[in-house]
Design a protein around this ligand. Sequence first.
Ligand code: NOJ
Length: 766
Amino acid sequence: MKSMFPQAVVFPLALFSASLFAEPPTLQASNETQRDHFVSALLKKMTLDEKIGQLRLISVGPDTPKSTIKQMIEKGQIGAIFNTVTRPDIRIMQDQVMQLSRLKIPLFFAYDVVHGQRTIFPIPLGLAASWDTQAVTTVGRISALEAAQDGLNMTWAPMVDVSHEPRWGRSSEGFGEDTYLTSMMGQTMVKAMQGNDPADRNSVMTSVKHFALYGAVEGGREYNSVDMSPQQMFQHYLPPYQTALQAGSGGVMVSLNSINGVPATANRWLLTDLLRHQWHFKGITVSDHGAIKELINHGVASDPADAVRIAIKAGIDMSMSDQYYSQYLPGLVKSGAVTAAEVDNAARHVLNVKYDMGLFRDAYSHLGPVGSDPKDTNAEDRLHRAQAREVAAQSLVLLKNWHHILPLKKQGTLALIGPLADSQRDIMGSWSAAGVAKQSVTLLQGMREAVAGKATLLYAKGSNITDNAKVQAFLNLYEPAVEVDKRSPQQLRDEAISVAKKADVVVMAVGESQGMAHEASSRSDIRLPKAQRDLIDAIKATGKPIVLVLMNGRALDITQQDQQAEGILETWFSGTEGGHAISDVLFGDANPSGKLPVTFPRSVGQLPLYYNHLPTGRPYDFTHPNKYTSHYFDIDNSPLYPFGFGLSYTEFTLSPISLSSSMLTAKGQMVASVTVTNSGKLAGGTIVQLYLQDPVASISRPVKELKAFEKVQLQPGESKRVQFTLSKNDLSFWNQQMKWVVEPGQFVVMIGTDSVHTEVKSFTYQ
Ligand code: NOJ
């Protein structure tokens, strides 16, 4: 296939400032040479079938029961297993390899450890809302430790798909709409999970996903196609994957979507030209579930053999969960349609990562000796509750606090109402790995503990998550995920109204069930389900003040509820310790510092709505409305809550920006600084955010782009000078000829505690 871009286009290795890449990749050059020798020698001993076997990633299931897997292992027909998550189960298969197979090439074991393994932390969107790389490091280290102690070697994470699409259920799994924030979070996760060496007893190798651009599926509809300009792709969507690879991620999972007509799984430009030749990636590429087969549906392969030929030539090393590689590769090699070198190449990548995982030194490196397995995999003492509670508190975003309704006092009578108030399953969110719902703390439990002996807490469910039978059936398709109360909606509401009437304040836990913000869970309506809207209307009618606690996995349209509630706390799906953490913030035992990683629209009709959009030729100005400008005539252009927004129980003020110089040069650096002061009465933290704009360039550049941020923690009255160092790279962009350039002229720097209210200053680049 012809390359998509002119030869001249070379994607620079250092897209971001050097500090992002301060640490070397995990594998040093000398190790790499040793590895290459080892793998080359091993490949020489392998038959074609054994090499093809290494390319197969299989999950135990109805099509491949344990007995079949055993036979395949014996014949060297499997390279790795996913979805087996306990040491005893994993040990059986590794024993079979070591005892029954000819070459004893260890299997590796993988799983979706996305935001925790046993201890479940907030969903990635919530982690991004913390804007706290320390917190994300904690999550990554603990997740890796618990996964490694379960015998796993690899995780299908982090998911760094930038998305402007709240309709897409998987926006819950990513780090939001911004390139830089996503890059920082993804990079931190890779470093934390892999540690100094993915082979370490307490580390796992990461597999960044979904390569590439999955977050941009049209209309936010799952598994849909992506059509995107090269500038948009390279400027906004590709950097997080590249940053994760620079941080050393050993794996890449390939996305299910097509990109400008070519499915990622069939995309030689993406998987070979860009990933291997320009980014020098040496680890493995893994197709997503059944993706090779789907090349036929995409309309680029005529039959299964054709799909296999296209996939392996494009650069897919391992095929996930299908029999296609084993069924068709031998014939394709025989006929010459696929070369032996192409199979060798893919097998080499698999053996490379097994080497990096330390499996050739010790196939049991993450299993330990027989008899050392935990007696109870779900034992309470395997959990890291304190860290989960702390991280969860940092992920909460206070959106509204009318007349300081929050923090609540632990006195009088409080009511807790809502279908999510006592749901142990939902609070864990999607992809909750091996987390056990019974071990998670609901908001009801958290609040009960917090007010015990001090205040009265009344509770009513108030409504089902949804009364729509079709949606209930959808959510319960594979597991009994949503409990449907047998009482009528009116009975549920009546109980809630009578509870509310007895209370001083009503806390309402509303939002989505975890299954609504998941893979294959796209929504065309991002409001709260009607049953919950009706419940809020009914409680509002009691005249009691309302604090909404939102639990959800995407930006929602809460325009109506924003007018009804006095307080709104966005809590995402906050994990095993969510109930404690939310309660800590509601009662002021923790001060919220989270900021939105996504824009909250006023209506689904505004989508896509994101802060770093391009200017238009006819900008709408609400102070001088003009019909022939870019706007909807029935709704404001602005979001309900902007990117980067979040309140605190204290106040922060920023000084004007000072610049170390009024001019930046190609080799120079410039320091932009502000003094942040906690001008309120409580200790608290905030996120200082720096945005840049290039107001006049050869192509339209975004109205602002996040380039740096720092979390600061201040006592009342305390100030801190926050300094950001800018260099040429921060001003650079992909021009019309797809060259990475910086154009001399004026630039604008904006610093604030959200993306809208900022201090502003200009400088020139020469
Ligand atoms: C399909 C999903 O798209 C992917 O994210 C996940 O890692 C695999 N299934 C394995 O569970």
